[in-house]
Write a protein that binds this ligand. Structure first.
Ligand SMILES: [Zn+2]
Length: 123
């Protein structure tokens, strides 16, 4: 399967990279393409990081594996939530209880759907 997947968070112009592979593969990829050293592995289930400098800003999600099963989907959803919080912080939108959290939930649902489409080659 493809290791690198990109999602665009419409309409915010914010991109999310999903990398599937070992931490060392992910670390090498980020160093080679973005000159970012992700450091030593801290988490084992998955991780979300904000990548940014003067010219580029995006969210990077590392998944150790993808098998379309509940554990993978749960981890993906967890990391996408982090990415959505980051995006909403960036655009200055607060996430609150009640109707105010509808934009967050729509975005997270849309991204999860698209991530499943790109990660799971059956669709
Ligand atoms: Zn977390």
């Amino acid at each position: 399967m493809k290791r690198v997947h990109w999602l665009l968070a419409d309409p915010y112009g914010y991109s999310i990279l999903i990398y599937v592979g070992t931490w060392n593969q992910y670390r090498a990829h980020m160093l080679r393409h973005y000159a970012v050293d992700m450091g030593d592995q801290v988490n084992y289930g998955g991780e979300q990081s904000n990548i940014g400098n003067d010219t580029i800003e995006f969210s990077a999600i590392w998944l150790p594996r993808w098998d379309s099963k509940p554990w993978s989907i749960g981890t993906l959803s967890h990391e996408l939530n982090h990415a959505c919080f980051r995006l909403f912080k960036r655009i200055g939108t607060k996430v609150r209880e009640g109707k105010k959290n509808e934009p967050f939930c729509y975005l997270q649902g849309q991204l999860l759907k698209r991530a499943l489409e790109t990660l799971d080659e059956r669709w």
